[in-house]
Design a protein around this ligand. Structure first.
Ligand SMILES: Nc1ncnc2c1ncn2[C@@H]1O[C@H](COP(=O)(O)OP(=O)(O)OP(=O)(O)O)[C@@H](O)[C@H]1O
Ligand SMILES: Cc1cn([C@H]2C[C@H](O)[C@@H](COP(=O)(O)O)O2)c(=O)[nH]c1=O
Length: 218
């Protein structure tokens, strides 16, 4: 059986990386082989995008993150799915549709750049109080110009993610929007387990192992 491709996306500091780690553990505990990864990837190309947002902007950055996405799909995501794993990826197309637009790139161009990417089986978009999210990102450490800016930037970013959730759904992407509210990280992951199990539990199909499985990560 081929694996599944799940994306967790949303504003800076909302808790994507934390949720990916916790959800990966829960899915592995169900017996699924899990591969955890993130975008930009941990390749030279990806790290250039992650840490280069002061130098690279607009169309250049849009092309850079799209190139990294195709390389990530070719070298990591597709092989893991073919091997039957559940791939859980931190950030993907929704980030490009929000941040590259904020950078002045036309939405149609972002879609065109990404027209050959794989469609995730499920895109989870986390939303939450922008003041809290921005404060958490700042406390953790800022490495991107998109993380800067106070509450106003945070509200704007959240609004864009809400719009992009609708845009992706209209384009046929299965989307699950989850407001983290005041939930603790473990509560967020537990709440997401239900839609993820619904995706993984195809009628009559059991997880490939009866026991807790391994998690690989990039
Ligand atoms: N539900 C939560 N409640 C309280 N703190 C949280 C919660 N989720 C995450 N955090 C904390 O907030 C900080 C940011 O979390 P995390 O790195 O997971 O967010 P992110 O969305 O991946 O951020 P970024 O987009 O900036 O990479 C971390 O210190 C994490 O421990
Ligand atoms: C996937 C993706 C990423 N970016 C930029 C935005 C940030 O500068 C970094 C990611 O930061 P993180 O805290 O390590 O998650 O990459 C982007 O502009 N467009 C994208 O599609």
């Amino acid at each position: 059986m081929t694996g599944r491709f799940i994306v967790i996306d949303g504003p800076s500091g909302v808790g994507k990386t934390t949720t990916v780690a916790l959800l990966a553990s829960l899915v592995a505990a169900d017996g699924w082989e899990v591969h955890r990864t993130k975008e930009p990837s941990h390749t030279t190309l990806g790290e250039t995008a992650r840490h280069g947002t002061d130098e690279y902007r607009g169309l250049t950055l849009a092309c850079l993150v799209a190139a990294d996405r195709y390389h990530h799909l070719d070298t990591e995501i597709r092989p893991a799915i073919t091997a039957g794993k559940v791939v859980i990826c931190d950030r993907y197309l929704a980030t490009s549709l929000v941040l590259q637009r904020l950078d002045g790139v036309d939405g149609a161009y972002i879609w065109a750049l990404n027209q050959h990417i794989d469609r995730p089986h499920l895109t989870i978009i986390l939303t939450g109080d922008p003041v809290r999210s921005r404060a958490r990102a700042a406390a953790r450490g800022i490495h991107s110009r998109f993380h800067r800016g106070g509450p106003e930037a945070g509200y704007h970013e959240r609004e864009r993610y809400d719009q992009v959730a609708e845009e992706l759904a209209e384009a046929g992407f299965p989307v699950h929007l989850h407001d983290v509210g005041e939930q603790q990280p473990e509560e967020v992951a537990a709440a997401l387990l239900s839609p993820v199990r619904a995706l993984l539990t195809v009628a009559g199909t059991q997880p490939p192992t009866g026991n807790a499985a391994r998690i690989s990560e990039s």
